[in-house]
Design a protein around this ligand. Structure first.
Ligand code: TRP
Length: 333
């Protein structure tokens, strides 16, 4: 039986954090055996909001690659590729851009949040349209499933609409892909907001132990707990989410003690830090191993790009044919 195909990936804004790990990386590692996986490093998306920092992009791509390898994403099983090295994606995005209205793009809640958070005042055509380019990332390999964090759901919905529109206008050739959300869809940052690089509230996969302790010590907890023996409310505490994700065996005990005011936030944080550190240790060992294997990293990217281009060319020939853009008359002479 043919394996179903997955596409997902990351923007190379820098190293990945615990939010990525629980929201999507863990899922990817599991899915690699049962699906044919394509993992994209979405460097075009850097241009949407970091266009002045492009000199860092190549280094950031390397960081992502190392993070991927370190968590167990495996280039022997899956295909890793770089968005801008697949020119067919740009062509497909161009066609798709004609199938989406401006108000539809302006309604996307993730895009709206990003505009608000960044305080962006002049919004580029490419920024507003990046979900269209993301639809091209997904459909260029004709993926069936897209494992993502829940902030990406509006983009997957947009992709589904584009696929249906295309199929309705021309011919039923594109799959209508589905999103797959991770087991802990959203890990809060140290300040209780969504974990993200720009908010300065993230713990990175490559953070050393003292850094992790320092960060968790500085995190906010249940605001109702002033003294260590005040009763706690784990449901509003972000550290409780870390316990669930990284210290699942001890979590019921910690939760019960917190509710009775028998464990203070300082002690709870210590346990959370040590659990995170232990969890990351094998990941960081693998990262260190791959760090200086430059020619190995190059091979992974080259082979991944080549494999993806084969699929991309097939997709474009199907797409052009459906659109009557595979001119067979005069223009082929
Ligand atoms: N927008 C995604 C993020 O910020 C990255 C991404 C680009 C992506 N293209 C994709 C995710 C296609 C899934 C599918 O995390």
């Amino acid at each position: 039986m043919m394996k179903k195909r997955i596409l997902t990936g990351d923007r190379p804004t820098g190293p990945l954090h615990l939010g990525h790990l629980v929201g999507s990386l863990k899922n990817r590692v599991r899915l690699q055996d049962d699906y044919e996986c394509f993992f994209i490093i979405a460097d075009y998306q850097i241009l949407t909001d970091h266009i002045k920092e492009t000199e860092q992009t190549e280094n950031n791509i390397t960081e992502i690659l190392l993070d991927w390898l370190s968590v167990g994403m495996d280039p022997e099983k899956s295909t890793f590729f770089i968005q801008s090295r697949i020119p067919e994606i740009a062509e497909l995005a161009m066609y798709f851009s004609m199938m989406v209205t401006l108000p539809r793009l302006q309604r996307n809640p993730t895009v709206k949040d990003e505009i608000k958070q960044s305080g962006m005042r002049h919004i580029s055509y490419g920024f507003l349209g990046y979900p269209v380019s993301q639809a091209a990332d997904i459909l260029i390999v004709r993926a069936h499933l897209v494992p993502v964090g829940d902030d990406q759901l509006p983009h997957i919905e947009q992709t589904r609409e584009i696929a249906r529109t295309f199929n309705g206008l021309f011919k039923e050739v594109l799959p209508v892909p589905e999103a797959l959300v991770g087991e802990v869809p959203r890990l809060p940052g140290l300040d209780g907001q969504k974990m993200g690089k720009s908010l300065g509230n993230a713990i990175y996969l490559k953070d050393a132990a003292p850094e992790i302790r320092r960060k968790i010590d500085s995190a906010i907890t249940d605001p109702a707990r002033i003294r260590a023996n005040d009763v706690g409310h784990p449901e509003v505490c972000n550290i409780y989410q870390y316990q669930l994700a990284f210290n699942p065996e001890k979590t019921p005990e910690i939760e019960a003690a917190c509710r009775k005011g028998e464990i203070g936030c300082v002690a709870c944080k210590r346990m959370a830090s040590e659990a995170v550190i232990a969890y990351l240790q094998p990941i960081q060992e693998r990262r260190a191993y791959y760090q200086d294997k430059t020619s190995f990293l190059k091979d992974i990217v080259r082979e991944g790009n080549d494999r993806t281009r084969v699929e991309a060319k097939t997709t474009m020939s199907i797409v052009r044919q459906a659109m009557h853009f595979d001119y067979k008359g005069l223009l082929c002479a």
